[in-house]
Ligand binder design. Structure first.
Ligand SMILES: NC(=O)CC[C@H](N)C(=O)O
Length: 381
């Protein structure tokens, strides 16, 4: 079916604003939190990122689908977004790795989308009013009726979604080359590039379900603990805060990404809050305050840590501080914890050094983790 022949569809925001467009992907009706992504490439990685669970993703880049869908770039076993919104869906997929079109993949996975929407107007609306619930339907023609159902949907604030995305069983990603360390990576919605980046550095990664506690981390023979990205509100992560507290009490090195940064923040005693519309894209500038370098980074977060930028915070493990700051809005983008000797023992970033998709400026953070593991091993030897 060509785009011209495809059926009409509607999109309705919870504040009543509506748009009409065309069905894209599966036919049907879907709901979620409306969020916009500014990346101009990497839609396959975006769609398969488990952190987008229960979110309807709007691409600000106007042409989507040009490179089709391949068998290599998935960041997990499936598409997780609850809906997909684009301006102009590519009619022809053209790439040597493409196996099928984006529309075919969305349909095969039952993902409802909409195209031919004024995504610029929609994004400006969300920037002004903030992220909100949305519905998309190719079966309903009455926006008022869809609006009623949008208002019945749960909000993202308070949402506990990790149980819907975590691995049911533990699995191992082997180290590449000589094995130097073992790390237990708690799967809160992990992207496959993350264990890959560690494996490239000689780390054997034991990916554990989100329910894992310290005895399971120990049983894996872990030299260090890692917390992944993940969907939902960080206030729902008490179980993970307990695990991280136990791990830090036992002197275990820690590294966290995104949701992992928010959980580290809570463990250090900081609060979290919801951003007006979040950071989602692959060209967000961040300052590493320890080196003064600016890096261009991949982001996907709707919540952030509330920690002071101008002073250190004393904890029972040592001194905590904000290590990275977003240069667009001064949002906390990283945290670090140093012991009484000033040595780094645990750290995290709010953004995505695994960079799938995105620039590789922040890859040094995996090397930083290796340095922390090396020192901890030397001290325990
Ligand atoms: N990618 C992530 O880990 C996102 C963390 C959290 N769900 C947020 O929206 O801020």
């Amino acid at each position: 079916m060509t785009q011209q022949e495809s059926a009409n569809a509607i999109l309705v925001l919870e504040d009543g604003r509506s748009f009409s467009g065309r069905r894209f992907g599966a036919e049907g009706e879907t709901f979620g939190e409306a969020v916009f992504v500014t990346a101009m490439s990497g839609y396959q990685e975006t769609l398969t990122d488990p952190s987008y669970r229960r979110q309807v993703v709007i691409q600000t880049s106007p042409h989507i689908g040009n490179t089709g869908w391949n068998d290599e770039d998935d960041e997990s076993s499936r598409i997780w977004v609850s809906g997909y919104v684009v301006r102009d869906a590519a009619r022809v997929a053209s790439n040597w790795r493409s196996r099928r079109s984006l529309d075919e993949e969305l349909r095969a996975q039952g993902i409802v989308g909409i195209s031919d929407i004024d995504t610029r107007a929609l994004t400006r609306h969300l920037r002004e009013r903030g992220a909100m619930r949305v519905g998309i339907s190719s079966t309903e023609t009455n926006p008022e009726a869809l609006l009623q159902r949008v208002k019945e949907q749960p909000e993202m604030t308070g949402a506990d979604l990790v149980g819907e995305v975590t691995a049911p069983e533990a699995y191992v990603v082997p180290a590449q080359g000589e094995k130097r360390f073992t790390v237990a990576a708690i799967d809160l919605g992990i992207k496959s590039m993350t264990p890959h980046r560690m494996a490239e550095r000689g780390i054997e990664v034991h990916v554990l379900p989100a329910t894992a506690q310290l005895d399971e981390v120990r049983a894996a023979g872990a030299d260090g603990l890692f917390f992944s990205n993940g969907p939902g509100d960080p206030v729902t992560t008490d179980r993970s805060v307990r695990l991280l507290t136990d791990a830090l009490d036992s002197g275990m090195p820690f590294f966290g990404i995104c949701f992992g940064n928010q959980i580290f923040g809570r463990t250090l005693g900081f609060g979290t809050y919801k951003l007006k519309y979040g950071h989602r894209g692959i060209n967000q500038p961040v300052l590493d305050r320890s080196t003064g370098k600016v890096e261009v980074t991949a982001h996907n977060h709707g919540f952030a840590v509330d920690a002071p930028l101008d002073r250190d915070t004393e904890t029972k493990w040592g001194s905590a501080r904000v290590s990275h700051v977003g240069l667009n809005d001064d949002v906390v983008e990283g945290l670090e914890l140093r012991n009484a000797d000033g040595e780094l023992i645990a750290f995290s970033v709010q953004y995505h050094p695994e960079a799938a998709a995105g620039p590789h400026d922040a890859a040094y953070l995996f090397d930083r983790f290796v340095e922390v593991l090396v020192r901890a091993k030397e001290e325990n030897a």
